[in-house]
Every structure is written in structure tokens, then in C-alpha cells.
Design a protein around this ligand. Structure first.
Ligand SMILES: *[C@@H]1O[C@H](CO)[C@@H](O)[C@H](O)[C@H]1NC(C)=O
Ligand SMILES: *[C@@H]1O[C@H](CO)[C@@H](O)[C@H](O)[C@H]1NC(C)=O
Length: 283
């Protein structure tokens, strides 16, 4: 009997350990402001150990340093020859605190280093910040080309929700400033311009992004429209919260945790049943 009991208990322990390990993988430990949204690199490459490379390194260092005290900045690093000039900027989401902005930009720069190794230009958008550099200037140039469009599944003919969504988007379009948030019921909206746009250019860029969200995403339960110099996003459900970076991962983590606890309870019941059956057979 003692031997018969030892086996189910040790396998229960094994399964439990495995599930705890799984849950530690599934529950994200980082704030979602570091989550990757998109990135890209230019085709052209620079030579290793070239003046361009050292200019680029000093540009990226300047961006990371600046993000400790400002949510936007641009730099132009001049070289001894015109081919060595590097232009770059970063923009943190308006609600990020300075330490969070600096961490986000540092992370973006380090990811760019891996993704765009030795390319002349690169750009990366995380949830909380955007970083871009190139050897041709793009500073102060309004650019409304679509970089990332994502529409969620359709909520169908839920006119109430779509009415709220349209009202929230209209609110975003009306509110001034480079960072805009709005919400009504479960619907949330968020918009952000890159800081090199003028007030008028930012308004123009956001009008375009918001218009495209409505026309391209239709009745989707969420929509993300990232243009080259501004973006607008909305969500009609609870979990996709933009302004509070921790909520999304908490909700997903809680869901995962509930599923794992359910699994655990099922496994425990099964083991108890097997032990019970074993006892019955032994008697
Ligand atoms: C950028 O770099 C590429 C590759 O080195 C070069 O062909 C191009 O002319 C450069 N552009 C400028 C504006 O310097
Ligand atoms: C770039 O930064 C400089 C210095 O901070 C600022 O004067 C200039 O307006 C900025 N240019 C753009 C296009 O944002």
C-alpha cells in the first residue's frame, strides 16, 4: 500500500511543479510599455568601424540620455563629411514618467541594435515609445504613410458600442496636444504625435489616422493605426487598456492563473480518484 501511494503522490508533485513552471512563463513579469509593436530597417548598410558607425553610436547614446529628462527629442550628429551625418529622434507616450520613458527608449535602442545591425536607418515602436534614426533627414517632416494597421475581430452590429467608439474618436480628434486620451464606458482611445510635428501637422496627421481607423477597422472591437509620425488607437473591451501599462498583463496573467488553477483542481481530483480506486482494488 505504501508503495502504491508513493507513486501517485510523486507524480502529483511532478505535475504540480510543471504547472507552476508553466504559469511562471505565462504571467508576464514586465510592464507592457516595453512590448514590441513594429520595427524596420533600411536596406543600405554602413561599413563596420566607419565614422558613420561612431556617429550613430553617439546619436543613440544621446537619445537614451535625453529620455531621462524629456519625453521627446531629436538629434543630428554631424560628421567630417556629409555622408556621415545621422539624424534621430525618440518619442515617449505622453503618460510615461521620465524613468519609464528612459527605460523604454533604452530598450528600444538595444532591440534596434540587434534587429538593424549595420543598417543606415532603423525605426522601432514599443507600446511606450518610438525611436527612429536614418542618414537622410526626416526631422520635422510630416509623413502620413501607414506603418502598422491592426483591426480586432468585428463586434457585429453592436450600435451602442460603435456609437461610443465614434464619440471617443471624435473626442480624440477635437482634443488638442500631441498626446490625447479619451474614454466612455468600456471604450478607450489614445492618440500620440511625434514631437517634431507642428500643432497643425499633428492635427492633420491625427485626423488622417482617426479617419482611417473608422473606415478601415469598421466595427472591429479594437483598432491600431500607426502612421509614420502619429498614431491613433481604440479598444472597446476592458483588457486592452493603453494608459495604464500594467493592467493588460495583469488581466491576461489572471486569466492564465485561473485556467491553471482549474487544471490543477482537475488533476488533483483525478489523483484522488485513482488513489481511491487503488484502495478499493487493494482491499
Ligand atoms: C545613406 O547611406 C547610403 C548607404 O551608405 C548611401 O547610399 C546614401 O547616399 C546615404 N544617403 C545620404 C543622404 O547620405
Ligand atoms: C530638434 O531639437 C532642437 C533642439 O532641441 C529644436 O530646437 C528643434 O526644434 C528640433 N527640431 C525638430 C524638427 O523637432
Amino acid at each position: 500500500m505504501a508503495l502504491g501511494m508513493a507513486r501517485p503522490i510523486s507524480s502529483l508533485l511532478l505535475i504540480f511543479t510543471f504547472l507552476v513552471y508553466l504559469s511562471s512563463l505565462a504571467i508576464p513579469s514586465h510592464s507592457s510599455s516595453h512590448d514590441f509593436l513594429f520595427g524596420g530597417c533600411t536596406q543600405q548598410r554602413y561599413a563596420p568601424d566607419s565614422p558613420y558607425e561612431s556617429n550613430l553610436n553617439s546619436l543613440l547614446t544621446s537619445l537614451v540620455n535625453s529620455a531621462t529628462f524629456s519625453s521627446y527629442n531629436n538629434y543630428t550628429i554631424l560628421g567630417s563629411s556629409p555622408q556621415d551625418v545621422v539624424y534621430g529622434l525618440y518619442q515617449c507616450r505622453g503618460d510615461l514618467s521620465m524613468p519609464d520613458c528612459a527605460t523604454c527608449v533604452a530598450r528600444a535602442v538595444s532591440q534596434l541594435g540587434g534587429m538593424c545591425a549595420q543598417t543606415c536607418g532603423g525605426a522601432l515602436q514599443l507600446q511606450g515609445c518610438y525611436v527612429k534614426y536614418d542618414n537622410t533627414t526626416f526631422l520635422g517632416v510630416e509623413d502620413k504613410s501607414v506603418v502598422l494597421k491592426k483591426c480586432g475581430p468585428s463586434v457585429g452590429y453592436d450600435t451602442d458600442t460603435m456609437g461610443l467608439r465614434d464619440a471617443v474618436l471624435a473626442g480624440l480628434a477635437r482634443t488638442g496636444g500631441p498626446y490625447r486620451v479619451g474614454g466612455s464606458g468600456d471604450v478607450q482611445g489614445l492618440a500620440q504625435c511625434v514631437g517634431d510635428l507642428s500643432v497643425g501637422e499633428c492635427q492633420d496627421c491625427l485626423s488622417e489616422a482617426i479617419g482611417r481607423l473608422k473606415s478601415d477597422c469598421g466595427t472591429a472591437d479594437y483598432g491600431d493605426m500607426f502612421l509614420a509620425k502619429c498614431y491613433a488607437r481604440y479598444s472597446t473591451g476592458g483588457p486592452r487598456v493603453y494608459a495604464k501599462p500594467h493592467d493588460k498583463s495583469t488581466n491576461e496573467g489572471e486569466k492564465t492563473f485561473a485556467i491553471i488553477m482549474g487544471l490543477l483542481a482537475g488533476v488533483a481530483l483525478l489523483i484522488i480518484f485513482l488513489i481511491f480506486v487503488g484502495k478499493m482494488v487493494n482491499e
